[in-house]
Design a protein around this ligand. Structure first.
Ligand code: ZN
Length: 511
């Protein structure tokens, strides 16, 4: 971190300037909030499940009064970013083009970026830092985002800040889905503290963020959604991607989803100090084959505007100005992910095999969805397949299974007619015991299935007996390897698997 050694007088001027910015921004903020297409309706209880959260603006109408998107589909772009600045880093050129072509667009920022201690040090210059300083930083970062959006041509009314905790999204996803909200690392609050957010007072739980995103999707009805690429290594980032993908499946909508990457080792490539405008933006080599990557050229004039927008976040300059500006490149870069279909693996008969450990060598991968994990530390591949006996999640490891490395398995089932069900379990390294993790999410049929574990030299898996998701469901599976001391070692990004519309031949069978 760079320490600034300015003298006292400029410091005073900076503080006054920031105070003025904040005051002006705050007054603008309420004006913008009054014009926001998403308005909050406060019910008696502040819980998100008990209030109607968001109302979209009326969809555009033709002269005959019909909604455009019903009779003549228009492009409706929804950008979802984990922190202030990710929207510009990932989609600045898209936002510029959409705003200048008059397309419907909306930007949703999940957190206010209020856990940045370096930014609080730079801004307030006193110690210790009380929690209110971090909330004030959250306001400042909103205003920085509005400035960047204005540069790109996006009006402030088209930006919504949900105010969830910076640094807390992964915990909300992994452990605090239901009760027990996450506590802001420095703000020390457990509910959204920002008065202009449509989610004010909403607890920091996964289910609350999920509900807000589903509501936004259903009201805005996007035709295109931009969100973080799931291999992004920043915990808030991959968690934000998980939240968005789950919410899309739950919403019943089918927008085109484009994924942008921000944090990945060595990305963006060829980074150097100075001017980046002549360099292309390419995917990191380990991810080149994991998705279909699309590049669109960015015109010189747009790149110049994008560079200006990328410098509109001064609170973060001391740590990442160079990094941010390095995204103003010759092209945009977005991934489209495949959605594999789950197949029925009829060739494998667990009952006939007797002892499971001896049979894993013949577990058929041909009928499974299989995910290869780039740059794996422990996990190499994860496969998911439906057997007559239940749903099987199977993984191969780099080298033999180790007693010290455990596996966390997360399965979501999003049915066509119900809210998501979730099963989460932690399996020990020897693959002979497991424990359920209570995340507070609804369970399938309110009970947990019986589980069979199996293991071989470098392979293990779980069979969730009698789990046969209904036809038309979507599954989301995530597997992590965990060391007792180091925590997470590696993670298979959330895999989305669709089920055919017709039932499996063995789906109704019992073991
Ligand atoms: Zn970020």
């Amino acid at each position: 971190m760079r320490r600034n050694s300015r003298n006292v007088r400029p410091r005073v001027l900076v503080v006054i300037a920031l105070a003025l910015t904040f005051c002006i921004g705050s007054s603008l903020l309420f004006r913008f909030s009054a014009r926001s297409p998403f308005q909050i309706f406060h019910a008696s209880a502040p819980r998100i499940s008990q209030k109607k959260v968001l109302h979209a603006a009326e969809p555009p109408k033709h002269a005959d009064g019909n909604h455009k998107h019903l009779s003549n589909p228009v492009t409706r772009i929804l950008v979802i970013a984990p922190h202030p600045d990710d929207e510009t880093i990932g989609t600045g050129a898209v936002l510029y083009a959409a705003a200048h072509q008059g397309e419907e667009l909306h930007v949703v920022v999940l957190t206010n970026g209020d856990a940045q201690i370096h930014a609080v040090q730079k801004t307030f210059r006193h110690t210790p830092f009380p929690p209110r300083d971090f909330i004030q930083l959250g306001w400042i970062r909103q205003q920085e985002t509005w400035t960047a959006m204005r540069i790109l041509g996006v009006p402030a009314r088209d930006v919504t800040f949900l105010g969830f905790p910076d640094g807390g999204l992964a915990s909300m996803w992994e452990t605090s889905w239901g009760n027990h909200p996450v506590r802001g690392k420095y703000t020390h609050v457990t509910a959204v503290p920002y008065a202009d957010s449509p989610t004010t007072d909403t607890p920091f739980t996964g289910s609350a963020l999920n509900a807000a995103l589903v509501e936004i999707l259903r009201t805005f009805q996007p035709t295109q959604v931009y969100c973080i690429e799931p291999h992004d290594v920043h915990p808030d980032h991959w968690a934000s991607s998980n939240f968005v993908r789950l919410a899309i499946a739950e919403s019943g909508l089918h927008p085109q989803v484009q994924y942008y990457l921000v944090h990945y080792p060595g990305y963006p490539s060829q980074m150097r100090l100075g001017d980046y405008v002549d360099l292309p933006l390419n995917p990191p080599r380990p991810l080149a084959g994991t998705a279909s990557w699309h590049r669109q050229p960015v015109a010189d004039n747009v790149r110049r505007v994008l560079r200006r927008a990328l410098t509109a976040y001064p609170s973060e300059d001391s740590v990442d100005l160079t990094f941010r500006r390095s995204f103003a490149r010759k092209n945009t870069l977005f991934a489209q992910l495949p959605t594999p279909r789950l197949k029925y693996a009829s060739a494998f008969n667990l009952a006939a095999s007797g002892a499971l450990p001896g049979s894993v060598a013949v577990l058929p991968h041909s009928g499974s969805s299989q995910h290869h994990i780039p740059s794996a530390a422990v996990l190499q591949t994860v496969g998911v397949l439906q057997l007559p006996q239940g749903l099987c999640i199977d993984w191969q490891t780099q080298g033999p299974l180790r007693a010290t490395v455990a596996f966390r398995v997360d399965l979501w089932i999003v049915g066509p007619n119900h809210s998501p069900h979730r099963l989460t379990l932690l399996v020990n390294g020897k693959m002979n015991t497991f424990q359920w993790i209570d995340t507070g999410a609804p369970l399938p049929s309110t009970v947990r299935p019986s589980v069979t574990l199996y293991a071989a030299h470098d392979r293990g898996g779980v069979l969730l007996k009698e789990i046969a998701p209904p036809a038309g469901s979507t599954l989301f599976v995530q597997v992590e390897s965990r060391d007792a001391r180091q925590g997470m070692l590696d993670r298979m990004p959330l895999e989305e698997i669709s089920l055919p519309k017709t039932s499996f031949p063995g789906a109704q069978q019992k073991p």
